[in-house]
Ligand binder design. Structure first.
Ligand SMILES: Nc1ncnc2c1ncn2[C@@H]1O[C@H](COP(=O)(O)OP(=O)(O)OP(=O)(O)O)[C@@H](O)[C@H]1O
Ligand SMILES: [Mg+2]
Length: 156
């Protein structure tokens, strides 16, 4: 997969999330990778809008995992937004139940997923966000799994 997008404002990042969100379905797991302030949560909120999340989405910085009722292409799903930045050991990811969310009726967005890499499904979609402050963001997509290429190519 060779998708590379640029965003020059928080609004553009949100809009990109909305476009991406419309392509998602239950069972999808997205890893949002990038430094503090890269725009991971901004993108996640855009995805939530596309998935018809009605509650305001807040950052799971201190709660690790926040779930929302959502709807993906007409099917009810749970949107599970995680932020694992404050975990120190891989076992903690298991203790807080990260792996229990990889299910067909859930869409998972994981900020700071590195600590849980051993328990992530193989076909995750990775989004890397580069840039900080007022710089433009460069967002690249990676996956080991061909189905993501088919679903995303030409649609973002
Ligand atoms: N092009 C852009 N895209 C996204 N955010 C931007 C952009 N330009 C500036 N910003 C600002 O960068 C910040 C991104 O914050 P956000 O909480 O989304 O980052 P994050 O990657 O989730 O960080 P953390 O690792 O702390 O959770 C916001 O303050 C936003 O206004
Ligand atoms: Mg965040």
């Amino acid at each position: 997969m060779n998708i590379r997008l640029e965003s020059s404002s928080p609004e553009e990042t949100h809009a990109l999330g909305t476009k991406l969100g419309k392509l998602l379905q239950g069972g999808d797991v997205l890893c949002l990778i990038g430094d503090l302030g890269a725009g991971k949560t901004a993108l996640a909120k855009g995805i939530g809008e596309a998935l018809n999340v009605q509650e305001p989405m807040t950052s799971p910085t201190f709660t690790f995992i926040i779930e929302y009722q959502a709807n993906a292409q007409g099917t009810p799903v749970r949107l599970v937004h995680m932020d694992l930045y404050r975990l120190n050991h891989p076992e903690e990811a298991e203790v807080i139940g990260v792996g229990e969310n990889f299910q067909e009726d859930r869409i998972c967005l994981i900020e700071w997923p590195e600590i849980a890499e051993d328990i992530l499904p193989e076909d995750v979609l990775e989004l890397r966000m580069e840039g900080s402050g007022e710089e433009k963001r460069v967002i690249t997509f990676h996956s080991q799994s061909a189905h993501w290429t088919e679903r995303l190519d030409g649609n973002l």
